[in-house]
Design a protein around this ligand. Structure first.
Ligand SMILES: [Cu+2]
Length: 65
């Protein structure tokens, strides 16, 4: 399943890397794309729920719009 989330606090590639890493900790085989200028996170996941993905992003220190 593919999830798209808007994360307004993404400001730079460092934010993208932090979010990517926390999502990989949740699901190592997930495919993750972070668009820094659009502040969008796209997660292609086999096993994670939207709620789990949101929690991983929140615990990395970001809010979801
Ligand atoms: Cu940043």
């Amino acid at each position: 399943m593919t999830f798209k989330l808007k994360v307004p606090d993404i400001a730079c590639q460092g934010c993208a890397d932090t979010i990517t890493q926390s999502l990989l900790n949740l699901e190592p085989s997930a495919k993750i794309q972070v668009d820094v200028s659009a502040k969008m996170v796209t997660v292609e996941s086999a096993t994670s729920s939207l709620e789990n993905i949101k929690q991983a992003i929140i615990s990395a220190g970001y809010k979801i719009e």
